[in-house]
Structure formats: structure tokens, C-alpha cells
Write a protein that binds this ligand. Structure first.
Ligand SMILES: NC(=O)c1ccc[n+]([C@@H]2O[C@H](COP(=O)([O-])OP(=O)(O)OC[C@H]3O[C@@H](n4cnc5c(N)ncnc54)[C@H](OP(=O)(O)O)[C@@H]3O)[C@@H](O)[C@H]2O)c1
Length: 237
């Protein structure tokens, strides 16, 4: 498979390593210096694009891929407000798009556990739920996309109505604490605390390989398919 890497930073490089090991070819590596080469004409040399850049650029990159007719996998977080526009464009043009706030198998299992635990705790007012996420100091968005997905799972259960960052705004709002330190690849903890005990779900990434291999699996999955997909489709979680 010929892959266009849109974003050749920490994630782009980790993805390249895994893609090459799996026999794929990288036909394009885009960063800010050569961003002018990201054109429809050049994208047509690829079978699939993988986008990991920054919140400000993700929408335009994904749109360009969809308009080119190129299946695109996107892992950039922090641009959720424009997600519906992309999905609409994808439907209108019969394109292929897969977004995941987290591509690692472990976190996708955590999402399922989180949904299950939220359903069990929904009516238990004796337990207060909160989320803590820790990432490296270079991360541009907060809370993390993964923390938002976890929060959405808890909100969907009916236990909370909304989420807020770093401060308890009301009992109906789920508090997410974002910590930025060192080079931490990503740690997420969902906890339910009562007066007497604590139940916690924790995922700690030791490196970026889990995210990168999930993104390559997603690219292999979306190649030659039409539609809007998630990691649930790839991993059958
Ligand atoms: N979904 C997941 O599983 C997952 C996992 C980890 C990270 N992420 C997310 O993925 C994104 C990237 O993370 P990262 O750690 O790889 O970041 P990074 O190391 O900062 O890399 C970002 C890349 O985007 C490029 N870029 C910046 N502006 C650009 C522009 N205008 N046009 C083209 N390319 C541009 C950068 O190029 P320069 O270096 O030349 O500026 C760099 O190659 C973040 O949003 C992060 O939260 C998601």
C-alpha cells in the first residue's frame, strides 16, 4: 500500500517505522516546511493518507484528502468542532474517513470497560466519577481527545450531563484534570470514589508504538472501502 504521511513528527515517524515493517511504501512525508507540496495532484500517488498534525490544520488536510478521493485516517485531536463538516463531506462525495481519538488496542478496550462501568455506576450517587489525563509538555490540546471520548461514554450513560476541565463547576459536570509533564506518551485514569473506597480504570502507554500500529491497521482497513469508520470497525471491540 502506498501511504501519504501528513504530519511527520513524533507520530508520523513512529507510523513510518511500523508501516515499512509491514511492507508498505511511504510516498509522501509532510511537515510544515514542505506543506506546499500537499496538493491533490501529489496525493493521487497514494492509496491512503494518515494525518497526525495539529488541531489548526487537521480539518483542511482531511478535507483535501476526501476531495481528492483518497481514503484518510486521522489521529489529530483537538478539532472535534469541525468533525461533522468532514463527515458530511465524506457522505456527499462517497469518500472514506476514519477518526480515532486513540488508536491503541489497549485504550479501545478501556473505552469498552469505561462504558460498562458507567452503566453499572449510573444510579450510584455514593460514587463521584472523575478523569485524569497526563501527557508530555508539547501536547497542544487539553483535555486530550481520549479523555473526551471517555467523558462522552460516561455522559451517554446518564451519570453526568457535561464535562469541565480542571475545576468542579457543578455536580452534573464531570471533572477532567489535565496534567502536562515531561515526555509522558499518555496516561488516562477514570475513577469512582466513595467515602469508603475507590474503583479505578487506568491505561498507561509506555511508548507511541501502540498508537502507531493501530493507525497502520486502520489504514489497511480503510484502503478500498467507502464510508465513515471508527476503531470499533477495525478491532471489533
Ligand atoms: N489518535 C491517537 O492515537 C494519537 C496518539 C498520539 C498523538 N495524537 C495526536 O496526533 C497529533 C500529532 O501528534 P505528534 O506528537 O506527532 O505531534 P508533533 O510531533 O508535533 O508532529 C506534528 C507534525 O505536524 C506537522 N505540521 C505542523 N503544522 C503543519 C502544517 N501547517 N502543514 C503540514 N504539516 C504540519 C509538523 O511539522 P513541523 O515539525 O515541521 O512543524 C510535524 O511533522 C496531535 O494532535 C496529538 O494529540 C493522537
Amino acid at each position: 500500500m502506498k501511504i501519504a504521511l501528513i504530519g511527520y513528527g513524533r507520530m508520523g515517524k513512529a507510523i513510518e517505522e511500523i508501516a515499512l515493517k509491514r511492507g508498505h511504501v511511504i510516498v509522501m512525508k509532510i511537515n510544515s516546511a514542505n506543506a506546499h507540496t500537499l496538493t491533490k495532484e501529489n496525493l493521487r500517488h497514494a492509496d491512503v493518507a494518515i494525518e497526525f498534525t495539529k488541531p489548526e490544520t487537521a480539518y483542511e488536510h482531511v478535507r483535501l484528502c476526501i476531495e481528492t478521493g483518497l481514503p484518510v485516517v486521522c489521529g489529530t485531536t483537538g478539532w472535534l468542532s469541525r468533525m461533522e463538516e468532514v463527515k458530511q463531506l465524506c457522505k456527499e462525495t462517497n469518500g472514506s474517513f476514519l477518526y480515532a481519538s486513540n488508536f491503541s488496542v489497549g485504550v479501545n478496550i478501556l473505552f469498552e470497560l469505561n462504558n460498562r462501568l458507567a452503566a453499572l455506576m449510573k444510579d450510584r450517587d455514593d460514587y463521584e466519577v472523575s478523569i485524569e489525563e497526563t501527557h508530555h509538555i508539547h501536547k497542544k490540546d487539553a483535555p486530550s481527545g481520549t479523555a473526551i471520548t471517555l467523558a462522552e461514554g460516561i455522559i451517554a450513560s446518564g451519570k453526568k450531563e457535561s464535562y469541565s476541565t480542571n475545576a468542579m463547576v457543578s455536580p452534573e459536570s464531570l471533572q477532567i484534570t489535565s496534567i502536562r509533564e515531561g515526555e509522558v506518551p499518555g496516561t488516562h485514569i477514570v475513577q469512582y470514589r466513595s467515602e469508603n473506597d475507590l474503583i479505578a480504570l487506568k491505561h498507561e502507554a509506555f511508548n507511541r508504538k501502540g498508537f502507531a500500529s493501530g493507525a497502520v491497521l486502520a489504514a489497511e482497513f480503510i484502503h478500498n472501502k467507502k464510508g465513515i469508520f471508527s476503531m470499533k470497525d477495525v478491532l471489533h471491540t
